[in-house]
Ligand binder design. Structure first.
Ligand code: MRU
Length: 353
């Protein structure tokens, strides 16, 4: 676990700031960023200094407070106009993780509901809400760990992809929270972590987190996952999600779709762990999930040097969608969703809506 949470608010609503661990530098360098403008918050989300769907949501909540500070001394109409501008701007940072939009609309809703507050009072209130988003996410991580734990009880090995731990959330994580819970019970549990090309969140962040917590981890290249399954080294695959459609189709880091197909082919359970803030019940299927396309240099200039010929064309989708039919169960803070159907999702999440 990092010495500090991945995302934190330091100070009061008038002069405080958003603090982040710059995840682009890990594991080589540990640097805490002090963000005091909405432009730097946008840039931090866009360039993955803060990343992972729940952490992006938490950062966005605090980003709204940062953006509101400059209008704190102004009139309410001035602050309201500023808030709309800030929220719309932060919403352009990344398209796939629905937690970003969920958190921003929650902050907008607070402002709209609190018409009688002065500007200074509203900025105070917005900080309370942003802190609530963080605190609730921490609790959701703990509940996901508890609900997922029985699923890994019979496993000697488990495979995961990307980073879904303390760096990606306000708490212990989603998929990694389940792994941490299982490893507490059975310290010999062997984790296989995909390196997660092109930005190596698995190698740089997941291996780092697991090693910090002394959970046995073997790092593998993404292309090795199928062979690891064939060799029966893992009895489950568990990943997080960035957006889950009403039917259970789950968008997650590129490579997740392939893992879901491989797991099915090897008759290995494939689990997706995510809080209710990652569900987008306004869309029916994964077809409607916007997939972020990222710069070709992430592929052509990997590992800190040129890794493709000059002028080489690329295709670089940052996410893909695991179809509900390939998912054994969804693990949420409300409990397990199994089978993964629209009806079951609606039934389990109803309590939290
Ligand atoms: O591009 P990233 O690093 O933000 O992608 C993160 C993932 O895909 C995670 O698996 C997902 O957000 C779940 S994090 C608990």
């Amino acid at each position: 676990m990092p010495a500090q949470p991945a995302v934190a608010w330091i100070g009061d609503s008038a002069t405080g700031h958003l603090q982040l661990i710059d995840q682009t530098l890990l594991p080589v360098e540990y640097l805490e960023l002090k963000l005091q403008t909405v432009e730097t918050v946008w840039e931090a989300i866009k360039s993955l200094r803060v990343r992972g769907a729940p952490a992006i949501g938490v950062a966005a909540g605090y980003g709204v407070v940062v953006g509101a500070q400059s209008a704190r001394a102004g009139t309410r109409p001035e602050l309201d106009a500023r808030l709309n501008q800030v929220i719309d701007y932060l919403a352009t940072s990344r398209p796939t993780a629905v937690n970003l939009f969920w958190a921003l609309e929650r902050m907008r809703g607070v402002a709209q509901a609190a018409k009688d507050l002065t500007s200074a009072q509203l900025v105070d209130r917005l900080l309370v809400e942003a802190r609530a988003i963080e605190d609730e996410d921490r609790e959701m991580c703990a509940a996901i760990g508890r609900h997922g734990l029985p699923l890994l009880r019979d496993c000697s090995g488990v495979l995961t992809h990307c980073n879904t731990g303390g760096l990606a959330t306000a708490g212990d994580g989603t998929a990694l929270a389940v792994i941490f819970a299982a490893a507490r019970e059975r310290p010999t549990l062997q984790v296989y972590a995909d390196e997660t090309r092109p930005l190596l969140q698995g190698a740089r962040l997941t291996a780092w987190e697991l090693m910090q917590r002394r959970v046995p981890v073997k790092l593998i290249c993404d292309s090795m996952a199928g062979w690891v399954m064939k060799e029966k080294r893992v009895q489950a695959v568990i990943v997080g999600a960035d957006r889950i459609a009403a039917n259970g189709d789950s968008a997650n880091k590129i490579g997740t779709y392939s893992l879901s197909v491989l797991a099915k082919a090897h008759n290995i359970p494939f689990y997706v762990a995510a809080p209710s803030s990652t569900f987008d019940l306004s869309i029916e299927t994964g077809e409607e999930i916007p997939i972020e396309q990222r710069a070709s240099t992430e592929i052509t200039n990997a590992f800190g040097r040129q890794t493709a010929p000059d002028g080489c064309d690329t295709y670089n989708p940052a996410f893909d969608v695991a179809p509900a039919a390939n998912i054994t169960a969804l693990i949420t803070e409300q409990g397990l969703i199994q089978p993964v159907t629209k009806q079951q999702i609606a039934a389990v999440l109803k309590a939290s809506r």
